[in-house]
Design a binder for this molecule. Sequence first.
Ligand code: NAP
Ligand code: MG
Length: 398
Amino acid sequence: MEKIKMTTPLVEMDGDEMTRILWKMIKDELLLPYIDLKTEYYDLGLEHRNETNDQVTVDSAMATKKYKVAVKCATITPNAARMDEYNLKEMWKSPNGTIRAILDGTVFRAPIVVKGIEPCVKNWKKPITIARHAYGDVYKGSEMKIPGAGKVELVYTAEDGTQTKELVHNFDGPGIVQGMHNLNKSIESFARSCFSYALDTKQDLWFATKDTISKKYDHTFKDIFQEIYDAEYDEKFKEAGIEYFYTLIDDAVARVMKSEGGYIWACKNYDGDVMSDMVSSAFGSLAMMTSVLVSPEGYYEYEAAHGTVQRHYYKHLKGEETSTNSVATIFAWTGALRKRGELDGNKELMEFADRLEKATIDTIEAGEMTKDLALITTIENPTVLNSEGFIKAIAKRL
Ligand code: NAP
Ligand code: MG
């Protein structure tokens, strides 16, 4: 069989631990036999990030600006324990944070719905897509520990030197303080990405913040969304028969639980981080969720929503068998290949992505799955496969 040709490379960002092991298996078993795979490879494994003083992460994001499509493996975000484990020069920042700061944009996360893996919220019938703003707030915050009594203020110094101050707190003892920011430009592109994605996928868009308490910060998000909606999207939404709906974050959380699904839920950065984990685990598993960063300039970075599955990796290192679910990582590849195909007018590549997704879903629906799914499936007597066995079962169907 002749392999499918690619005209433009994808940016490939390799990662860490168990997902790095899965990454290689997916390429060897599911991609390389069928595609003349063209990638520009960046090793974002922690060792190589440390060797390059994290320059490789920045380079991979810049390459994504050049080629427009990237696929990323999960990576370790270093903490104190990782400093010792990998003998790091510095506690490098989260690669996802670095990449998102360079590309801007919005992360869309949607569950991969499979027969036999039923959501534990019984009224959820359709997927709920979380649109997570990928810039600023606590992820770009500055923090201080306040050692004792004293005054903390926010100070804005304009370019002409004039200052505006706002009291944060008059401390009479030790405490903590945090300053964070966002940019109108980034909020505007967040809003536009959400409205366009809603039109693309013909789903309602919900947005929620805490604007009653945060009368300037969160209220600005609400206002910018409404202004852009009224000016640019109101008619288009009506034509498409979909709705834009704003409410308070606590009301949204309550409504989501009672809903049927089938809409996009736009969330501020932190809300999206937390709520996507809730939605994905309620739909079945963290490993059954797609995740794509869509930048306002039209750059796409596909990844899995879960981490490097450290616990499984340590078992793997001890020579023990693992049953790690590779579905989200496979769908990161199919998402990137399909988008590459779409941008290059490469129909064969797009069709391959569809077939690989179908083979993956068919494998699970036939009762062959990894342990995380076997524990929650409604299919009787599922066959539990190990990490490699599951990928081989997909390859057989493919
Ligand atoms: P994790 O890798 O998502 O895993 C947490 C637990 O969830 C696992 O121990 C496993 O449960 C289950 N799980 C997650 N993905 C699974 C899969 N594909 N198949 C089967 N089970 C799966 O989170 P973590 O252990 O808290 O974090 C590990 C590392 O990942 C950290 O260094 C963190 O910085 C990094 N991280 C990276 C990203 C990213 O790059 N996007 C995101 C989050 C975390 P059981 O052990 O019970 O089987
Ligand atoms: Mg999270």
